[in-house]
Design a binder for this molecule. Structure first.
Ligand code: FES
Length: 117
């Protein structure tokens, strides 16, 4: 049910883990499935220089977090605030409708981490 790009991202995800001296950290749970994602951001001079995640989510959550963290790195915090789950889904070439909420979880954790900053 997943496209090749999603499967590839799930099999070889990037940016899994934590950042010891993160500038901001946020954790969000999905009300739909009860899974959770935690996001760590390192921000220097308003630029996101590193992003790492940990998730108890499914393949779609891992793939969206992997792509999402890559999209965050190098962006200013203002640019990052404009990233939506739709941007991440587009980057992945689509997600099954039943898995959209998994990408929403990443959008929410990203927005929460940026708000906490
Ligand atoms: Fe829970 Fe995908 S994150 S089903």
């Amino acid at each position: 049910m997943y496209n090749e790009k999603v499967l590839k991202e799930f099999m070889k995800p990037q940016n899994i883990g934590s950042i010891d001296n993160a500038t901001t950290v946020a954790e969000v749970g999905s009300p739909q499935c009860g899974d959770m994602t935690k996001l760590y951001l390192k921000i220097e001079n308003n630029i996101i220089t590193d992003a790492k995640f940990q998730t108890f989510g499914c393949a779609a959550a891992i793939a969206t977090s992997s792509v999402g963290t890559r999209m965050l790195i190098g962006k200013s915090t203002d640019e990052a605030k404009k990233i939506t789950n739709k941007d991440i889904i587009n980057e992945l070439g689509g997600l099954p409708p039943a898995k959209i909420h998994c990408s929403v979880m990443f959008e929410e954790v990203m927005q929460k981490a940026l708000e906490n900053f």
